[in-house]
Design a protein around this ligand. Structure first.
Ligand code: M6R
Length: 368
């Protein structure tokens, strides 16, 4: 039921603080993650794993791309991420002690399921499914499972399913790190992330207060035919996800680039008709990103920047800055997703498209 909301998508966007809290429930102790949340065999498999392969489609694939940055940075585990429809037709070389992970909202996506079945023939140490639907095929056929607990998602555009996948993947990152053994510095870092995770529902609630401001600026997109999304590091996949959302429900052609790639081609597209949306969290890459944004401005591009107010990108004629609340840097990819969901939603509403049921798409892709 949509309740007070005009569309399921909007309802599901606003449910995120609550479902994120639910996704965390009973899975954290004071200082760390409870590894047994992934099942009784998780401790042994995570301790043994030397690398991880993550396979998924669409939005779930973008969650996997974020997890690569997290697992490498916080658990020291090398990761490969690939879309299921490519993976299943390759001849993957699987090194000893590799864990196979699938991500799926539905647990019934044909390519992801086929990839899992194929993987079982390739000598992985085991499989983990991160999924939203208990009892789905993917859950039944995997060794370990972690449910994302987002509740039913009706809108075809994935929103709360994505952010709860990110929560699950951060739990995986912490669990893998713990199972592999942590030094003192890593233990302290984990404790910081755990503390930040506990504040996440509240901070997400604050980010959703951007709704009115985003609705107001959606006007700037309604007549546009293209848009460019930029991010760096773990926010490059967030840019990809922002672009996918805009394409999917507003039918505006959108592309995402890691900002460092601008000069290698896409900068040629930038003129006053090209809105450029950038997620600019306050991290090590911010200064580099700022100079990339200067390159866009110099070409007459209209910039929309999501950033903490304190970082000093000023609102001016060709730059609109939307202030995002502060959170521990490990969790900014999740937080910066919310305003991009709202942006695509409001642009679609303005264009009058069928937000919950975009043309040509199905919620669950159960055929190849
Ligand atoms: O159920 P799944 O997570 O396996 O679905 C994968 C994709 O079909 C899905 O994420 C799709 O990309 C969404 N419609 C994007 O919003």
């Amino acid at each position: 039921h949509k309740g007070e909301y005009r569309h399921f998508m909007l309802k599901e966007i606003f449910e995120q603080p609550e479902v994120i809290a639910t996704a965390l429930e009973g899975r954290l102790s004071e200082e760390g993650v409870l590894v047994e949340s992934f099942g009784p065999e998780a401790q042994a498999l995570f301790a043994r794993a030397r690398q991880v392969h993550i396979i998924a489609c669409g939005t779930s694939y973008h969650a996997g791309l974020v997890a690569r940055y997290w697992l490498e940075r916080y658990a020291g585990v090398p990761v490969q991420v690939e879309v299921a429809s490519e993976y299943r037709y390759r001849h993957p070389v699987v090194l000893d002690d590799t864990l196979f992970v699938t991500l799926s909202q539905s647990g019934e996506t044909a390519d992801t399921l086929a990839a899992l079945r194929f993987a079982k023939t390739l000598g992985y140490i085991g499989s983990l499914a991160i999924c939203n639907v208990p009892g789905s095929s993917l859950v039944r056929e995997s060794d370990l499972t972690l449910m994302t607990r987002a509740g039913p998602e009706i809108g075809v555009a994935s929103t709360k399913a994505f952010t709860t996948q990110l929560v699950a993947l951060m739990l995986l990152t912490l669990a893998m790190g713990k199972a592999q053994g942590l030094d003192d510095a890593q233990r302290a870092e984990q404790a910081e992330i755990v503390a930040a995770l506990k504040t996440l529902p509240r901070v997400c609630q604050k980010a959703l207060a951007l709704d009115g401001a985003i609705e107001a600026l959606s006007q700037a997109f309604a007549e546009k035919h293209h848009a460019l999304f930029l991010g760096r590091g773990a926010h490059y996949p967030i840019a990809l996800e922002g672009a996918l959302k805009l394409k999917e429900i507003s039918y505006i052609h959108a592309e995402a680039y890691p900002a460092g790639e601008l000069k290698h081609g896409p900068l040629a597209l930038v003129d006053s008709e090209m809105p450029v949306i950038s997620v600019a969290p306050n991290d090590d890459l911010l200064e580099k990103l700022k100079s990339n944004l200067q390159e866009v401005r110099a070409r007459g591009g209209q910039l929309f920047v999501f950033a903490e107010e304190s970082i000093g990108i000023r609102d001016q004629q060709d730059v609109r800055v939307l202030g995002v609340p502060v959170i521990h840097e490990s969790l900014t990819p999740l937080l910066y997703t919310l305003p991009l969901q709202l942006l695509s939603y409001h642009v679609a509403v303005l264009k009058g498209t069928d937000v919950d049921q975009p043309r040509n798409l199905a919620k669950s892709v159960t055929v190849e």
